[in-house]
Write a protein that binds this ligand. Structure first.
Ligand code: DGY
Length: 320
């Protein structure tokens, strides 16, 4: 079996594939144009896809009929039309669980960072404005006993809620497609409507899978309803939030601050005015960027392809 890999992944995954005699075709450069990428895909049996730049939809599957399996180097699969793939019996592998800790760590970090105004304070030092101790200046807020609202309480949301509960005794409310009984039992999480989530959260953190219906779900009308000292966190997908509405809400003081590891659009422009706000903390999609998580992702992606090459079901499949 021939596998095309568009960006280098940790060695452990490459080794696993080679040990199984799988032929690997590496991309000549890591920033392929759409045409270059298609050429590679037309001449391969399977793809190990890194990143969300390329869309796997009907047009793709029509153009690349030799592709029989795709292993994503991600847990998210919003760039794949999984229905279309299923109709063609093309399994789409993904990498759940191994990045839940790392991604929720970033959500937790952003929550604290925004609450304690780290961007503002760091900038103050860089600007040479660190003067004397000031009892009334740059005050943050404590998270103890506050309410954390989770939109999408799956594996990553659970890890975030668990940390918030243990560290700060935060109360957990959540909105999800269905009840998460483990979170209700172990964390005392309470299921609420979307509207209640928005109105009652001191920190609102997104951890759902992104689908097209979610596009700009967190927009002007949502930010209007949030508490004035609430914090908005997005480590899921940038498409969830309307970035300009978020900017306006922050400027108008509708919410306290925002922390996000995913942007809309992504990558975002260095000219985006939201970067000038001291109430935000923004990271360039590094949720899974730990040695442990990235090695785990490499193992799962390779494992998915190896299973497929043996005629077995992929152990982690987004379109079972
Ligand atoms: C994921 O795994 O979905 C992360 O966002 C990295 O793309």
């Amino acid at each position: 079996m021939k596998v095309f890999i568009n960006k280098m992944i940790p060695e452990i995954g490459i080794k696993m594939l080679k040990e199984e005699g799988i032929q690997i075709i590496f991309s000549e450069n890591e920033n392929l144009s759409h045409e270059e990428w298609l050429k590679y895909c037309q001449n391969t049996d399977a793809i190990l896809n890194v990143g969300g730049d390329f869309k796997y939809d009907k047009t793709f599957f029509d153009t690349c009929p030799n592709v029989k399996a795709i292993a994503l180097y991600s847990v998210g699969f919003d760039h794949v039309d999984t229905k279309e793939a299923s109709q063609r019996n093309i399994p789409i592998g993904n990498t759940p669980d191994v990045l839940s800790r790392a991604t929720s760590d970033v959500a937790f970090l952003l929550m604290q960072s925004v609450a304690r105004r780290t961007s503002y304070n760091f900038q103050k030092i860089k600007d040479g404005n660190w003067n004397t101790f000031d009892p009334l200046h740059a005050l943050g807020q404590e998270l103890y006993g506050k309410t954390l609202g989770i939109f999408g309480l799956g594996r990553i949301g659970f890890e975030m809620a668990d940390k918030a509960r243990k560290a700060f005794g935060m109360n957990i409310i959540y909105h999800n497609r269905s009840h998460n009984e483990q979170a209700e039992r172990e964390l005392g999480a309470i299921y609420v409507s979307f509207d209640e989530l928005v109105k009652n959260s001191d920190v609102l953190s997104i951890h759902a899978n992104f689908t097209p219906e979610h596009t700009n779900l967190f927009n002007h009308s949502v930010f209007e309803k949030m508490k004035p000292n609430s914090i908005f966190i997005n480590t899921a997908r940038g498409g969830f939030h309307h970035q300009n509405d978020l900017y306006n809400a922050l400027v108008a003081g509708k919410i306290w601050g925002a922390g996000f590891d995913v942007t809309n659009p992504e990558p975002m422009s260095a000219e985006d005015p939201i970067l000038q706000l001291s109430s935000v903390c923004i990271l360039p999609h590094i949720g899974s960027a730990t040695i442990e998580a990235r090695n785990g992702m490499a193992r799962l992606a390779a494992g998915n392809l190896i299973a497929f090459s043996k005629g077995e079901k992929m152990p982690h499949c987004a379109n079972p």
